[in-house]
Design a protein around this ligand. Structure first.
Ligand SMILES: [Zn+2]
Length: 223
């Protein structure tokens, strides 16, 4: 109680608000109270998908879930915050991946959704991830040509696969051809993994020998 009160007084001095709970907090995007409630994935941080291994930072629940929802609802400040968090996964990546030439590609949003939201949250997360780790990034080489339904509204894996099938298109083949050894595909939430798998399969058509690694902020309990 006293701690919170003190945090509020300090917050007033700096006029800063937590981007998740809206309580005043010192000079960070997210307050310590919210951060302490995040459930960081332990040993089950890797999800093995068709063509790609995916590393997930936290559990999609509680305050982390709220943070991702707030980001999608327009709180842009949370994107670089989450980008830094997923960069912490670096130490879990295999050694050969750490020392190869790498590029970062965010899962693109459909242009209609970018217009509604004003930004593409995965691009912003990926920008910070790339910046923190000094990696190159390709932001506009791949587009989402199909307007897909939200994955969490679909129940079966089959429905999710069909929803995302052929959704992506490479519009700048030259940049992808400059193939590197590793490509990190960045997403906010992993549900069944169909989205990362679909983008991985689109990329591997052009770069069959590249290592594809998925990186995401959160995934739910089932996954
Ligand atoms: Zn908070």
């Amino acid at each position: 109680m006293m701690k919170r009160l003190l945090a509020q007084i300090v917050g007033l001095l700096y006029e800063n608000q937590c981007s998740i709970c809206n309580e005043t907090c010192s000079n960070s995007i997210v307050c310590k109270f919210c951060e302490n409630e995040f459930v960081i994935r332990g040993d089950n941080y890797i999800k093995h998908l068709d063509k790609v291994k995916s590393y997930v930072w936290g559990m999609y629940e509680g305050k982390l879930r709220q943070g991702i929802i707030n980001l999608k609802n327009g709180n842009k400040k949370l994107a670089p915050y989450f980008g830094k968090k997923i960069a912490e996964l670096w130490e879990k990546f295999p050694e050969d991946i750490k020392f190869g030439n790498s590029l970062v590609i965010p899962i693109p949003s459909h242009k209609k959704r970018i217009k509604e939201r004003g930004f593409c949250q995965t691009s912003l997360i990926a920008n910070e991830f790339a910046k923190t780790l000094s990696l190159g990034i390709l932001n506009e080489s791949i587009v989402r040509r199909k307007e897909t339904r939200f994955m969490n509204t679909l129940q079966s894996v089959e429905e999710r696969k069909n929803n995302i099938k052929d959704a992506f298109e490479i519009n700048d083949r030259n940049s992808i051809y400059k193939c590197v050894e590793n490509i990190f595909i960045v997403d906010d939430i992993v549900t069944s993994g169909s989205t990362i798998s679909e983008l991985a399969s689109t990329i591997s058509t052009y770069c069959p020998n590249v290592n594809l690694i998925g990186v995401a902020v959160a995934s739910g309990d089932k996954y």
